[in-house]
Structure formats: C-alpha cells, structure tokens
Design a protein around this ligand. Sequence first.
Ligand code: SF4
Length: 216
Amino acid sequence: MKAQVPSLDCSLCPRLVDFRTENRRQYPDYHNAPVAAFGPDDAQLLILGLAPGLKGANCTGRPFTGDYAGDLLYATLKKFNLAEGNYEKRSDDGLTLRGCRIVNAVRCVPPANKPTTDEIRTCNSFLASELESLKQLTVVVALGRVAHDALLMASGLKRSHFKFEHAAVHDLQKGVQLVDSYHCSRYNTNTGRLTETMFHDVFAKAQKLLSEKTES
Ligand code: SF4
C-alpha cells in the first residue's frame, strides 16, 4: 500500500500555509510546498528529520538537499554505501539511495525552523502512513528529539518509555529499532554538540543493526 502524501497545497497548518504563501512571493523559483520522502519504498532504513530548511529542502524539493545538514548527511550516506552518485545540492543531481529513505516529521518549512506542537501533530498522520507503507523497515535513525518524539507518536508509543539520548538504541514494535542522533544541523556541529565522528558512529550502529536483522 502506498503512503498517503500531502498535496502540494496542503492547507492543514494555517501558519505554515501563510509562510508558504509569503515564500512563494519572495522566492518564486523555490519548491515552496510539502517535501516528499526520498528513497526506495522497500527501504529497511528510514532517516527521520525535523522539517525542510527554508533554503535547503524547501528550495530544492528533496529532503536535506541544499543546506549544510545535507552536506553532512549525504556524505555520511555515501561513506556507508547507502547512497550512490554525486550529491550536488540539487534534486536532479542523479543521487540515489540504497536501502534507505529520508523523510521529515513535518513536511512544510516552518518559520525559524521551529514547528509548533500542533503542526507536528497534524503532519503526523502522513508520517504514520509512511511507516505503515514501509514493509521492509527495520531501523529508524531519528535526527533530533522532535523527530524521535514524532516517530513515537506515529507508532502509537509512549514518550515516557523511550527517552531521547544521542546514540541510544530503542526496541520499538514489530521488530523495528530506533537509533537516536543529535540533528546534523550547522548549529550542532559548530557548537561541537555533534561531531562528524559521532554522526558516523550512529550510522555504523544502524548498519550493524541492519546486518544483524539480515543474518537472523
Ligand atoms: S506540515 Fe504537513 S500537515 Fe501541515 S500543511 Fe504541511 S504537509 Fe500539511
């Protein structure tokens, strides 16, 4: 079953619709619409981000494409053989993902990169549908606490049972495991909260979990 996806003019979040309208006026060449998931729908690994960046995914129309967070994420995916081709910060650069898929908890760009609790909740039905459609899913890497919480909400699980902690692994339902990571934002890397090595270690962990599942 295909995941339910929002229309390009999804009007469920009034504040984000206003921001979209303003961005369409100010940046007419940008995508300026909900950003669809990227990657094969038989992926075993899902990478869950927060929301499109104004001049990143909101511009290019592909998750994590065009801003700093994407530089680190796609370089890491290539390092772990999860992406093929050259990442050139454009949605038509020909880059493909291998066994992994990327989606954001909130599909429209929020002002100041901060979606409200209501917006996260409203967009969560699309995430729940995405999870439902990924029949091979075994590992999710959540980039940041908001993504972690959104995944639990979409899975019908209690936050109090799964505490966000960088590099923690949580056993969820139906054999799916969650690996937490600090978000690969420029802010987190500039402040040293997340180093490249720490980020690579998260993906090494995710890849180990994936290979254990394949062997079992
Ligand atoms: S964030 Fe999600 S639910 Fe809200 S308007 Fe965008 S696509 Fe629709």
